[in-house]
Design a protein around this ligand. Structure first.
Ligand code: PLP
Length: 373
């Protein structure tokens, strides 16, 4: 099997699965219980939290475990905007955020916030344009670190700093689900208030995420219950998956970025000699994601053709199944180009052979399949 859809999800690594199993087998206590079984569970949870804090470059108390990246985004956006509703009325974001951000800010619109979605130009967000919408009554700015469909990168820290220069009370949220451990993101300046990440994009199981919340940041709770995670995310913690998340990321692979860049470059070079292929990822995109269109062929048809050869790629975001890509639409691409788009996304386990097989598969598809026009 050649798996090239790592932006959708990744295979669970052995060390991550082992960490989950160890907890399931040996540590069933509730971290909130007062007796020793609870204390043992609480200590394992703290250890997982410490690992995330180390990788984030923040303190343990700034990490909150959640159920997924979507939940982290909901908590950060709803909590930050609602905490500022007394004096603020606007949310500024990009038009190519993941649906877990886009639909959450749309919910805020139904609560009375004015939402401004800045479109990418040439596939990237112009920070100056985004900042021109920030003012005295801006509650929140949300900018993703790496776009999940094209790999477009935003310099979140720089934008956050400039937002704070305009209005220090404005909250800044960054969805780093596709960028965490892949692109640098410094929290040192304190300009970024909240950051979402998700385990299953990093070889941990699906169903665990985390939210960084800067110390002292005002975030209103959106979930009510027993007050776990210092009151921000009530619900008994998923200790097994928190440990699995920590195990998956505890030893970053320092050579991965260079290897993945070489694979992406090899693929892009290979595609450049195939007629009717146009690259949709912008210049400077993260190497983990390459989006391109095979003009004259529909994405679904290509995906299934490749699947028969056990090559897995996607047509866009796995979360927008069947819908026309809002990212490529926001980029202003023609419909034919959007409908023939493929997204290839790498992880550290991919090899050159995978790229060769994909290029051969695409060549075969072009020879075998009937063109739509
Ligand atoms: N944000 C981005 C950029 C994503 O790519 C995804 C998942 O694809 C999410 C958020 C949602 O994460 P999860 O699947 O953990 O809910």
């Amino acid at each position: 099997m050649i798996y090239l859809d790592n932006a959708a999800t990744t295979a669970v690594s052995k060390k991550s699965a082992d960490a989950a199993k160890d907890i399931l087998d040996n540590c069933f206590g509730n971290p909130s219980s007062l007796y020793s079984l609870g204390a043992k569970a609480e200590s394992k949870l703290s250890s997982a939290r410490r690992t995330l804090a180390r990788v984030f470059g923040c303190t343990e108390n700034e990490i909150y475990f959640t159920g997924c990246g979507t939940e982290s985004n909901n908590l950060a956006l709803l909590g930050a905007a609602r905490a500022r509703a007394a004096w603020a009325d606007t949310v500024v974001t990009t038009a190519f955020e993941h649906p877990s951000v886009q639909n959450t800010v749309r919910e805020l619109a139904s609560e009375g916030f004015k939402v401004i979605e800045v479109k990418p130009r040439g596939g990237v967000i112009d920070p100056q344009e985004l900042l021109s919408h920030v003012g005295k009554t801006t509650a929140l700015v949300a900018v993703m670190q790496v776009n999940n469909e094209t790999g477009a990168v935003n310099d979140a820290e720089d934008i956050a700093k400039r937002v704070k220069e305009i209005n220090p009370r404005t909250a800044f949220h960054c969805d780093a689900v596709q960028g965490f451990m892949k692109q640098p993101l410094s929290l040192v300046s304190g300009a970024i208030d909240t950051v979402s990440v998700s385990g299953h994009k990093l070889h941990a199981p699906k169903g665990v995420g985390a939210l960084y919340v800067r110390k002292g940041f005002n975030l209103k709770q959106v979930q009510f219950g027993g007050g776990q995670e210092r009151g921000l995310r009530s619900g008994t913690e998923n200790l097994a998956f928190a440990a699995a998340f920590a195990a998956a990321i505890s030893e970053p692979d320092t050579g991965e970025y260079a290897r993945v860049t070489a694979l992406r470059d090899k693929l892009r070079d290979g595609l450049s000699s195939v007629p009717d292929i146009v690259i949709n990822s912008p210049q400077g995109a993260a190497p983990y994601i390459l989006n391109f269109s095979v003009l004259g062929y529909r994405s679904e048809t290509l995906i299934h053709f490749l699947e028969e050869r056990e090559i897995y790629v996607s047509g866009g975001s796995a979360c927008s199944k069947g819908q026309r890509s809002h990212t490529l639409s926001a980029m202003g691409l023609p419909v034919e180009r959007i409908d023939s788009a493929l997204r290839v996304s790498f992880c550290g386990d991919n090899r050159e052979d995978d790229v060769d097989a994909l290029l051969t598969g695409l060549e075969a598809a072009r020879k075998t399949l009937r063109r739509t026009r």
